[in-house]
Design a protein around this ligand. Structure first.
Ligand code: FMN
Length: 173
């Protein structure tokens, strides 16, 4: 059930060594290719990274908030062709969360690594670092890398009683 899935989903940054088989990866790919897209243009493309050396390189995309990718068994880089759509950020964000929810449904842990608008270093943006490492053409914007693996940490699921319902307005703000 969808609500059970979203209650359970938490950002997981510590992973076991468990290898993710191709059948499981293919289910995640199937899910993300079904994600909705503005005008159904589908400008997003996905780079499946299993190579430990490449995951290690990508874990250095940013000074903070990407190092745990080194311990993941899979990274999915979400990028989009900005020459095709003017709402790439929305489409790439939906794709990213589809990947996370598909992973969750397969008992995998995942965490979003923000790449767009983040710095690799004082003189290089994280997007350029990732694009250079993976040969992504310059008309593609890199939104995120989703780190995926079997979890080696447990996090409490969300509890409906703790939600901030003051953020919800009825009829008017
Ligand atoms: C747009 C977005 C960008 C994020 N970027 C990062 C990131 O770069 N590094 C990271 O460790 N977590 C990142 N996260 C994960 C958030 O920190 C996490 O979702 C938040 O703390 C709530 O925790 P939860 O996912 O367990 O509910 C990102 C999440 C979103 C939605």
């Amino acid at each position: 059930m969808f609500l059970e899935l979203v209650r359970k989903r938490r950002s997981i940054r510590n992973f076991s060594d468990g290898i993710i088989d191709d059948e499981t990866i293919n289910k995640i790919i199937e899910a993300v290719l079904m994600a909705p897209s503005s005008r159904s243009i589908k400008p997003c493309e996905f780079i499946i990274v299993k190579d430990k050396k490449v995951l290690d390189d990508l874990s250095k995309s940013k000074e903070h908030g990407s190092s745990f990718l080194k311990g993941a068994n899979l990274g999915i880089v979400v990028c989009s062709d900005t020459s095709k759509s003017d709402v790439c950020v929305e489409d790439a964000s939906i794709a990213s969360i589809y990947i996370q929810l598909a992973a969750e449904s397969l008992n995998l842990g995942s965490c979003w690594i923000q790449i767009r608008k983040r710095e690799h270093s004082s003189d290089k943006m994280a997007e350029l670092y990732v694009s250079e490492n993976l040969n992504i053409p310059s008309n593609y914007q890199v939104e995120s890398i989703i780190a995926i693996g079997y979890p080696s940490e447990m996090k409490e699921p969300y509890n409906s009683n703790d939600l901030d319902y003051s953020k919800v307005h009825i009829e008017k703000f």
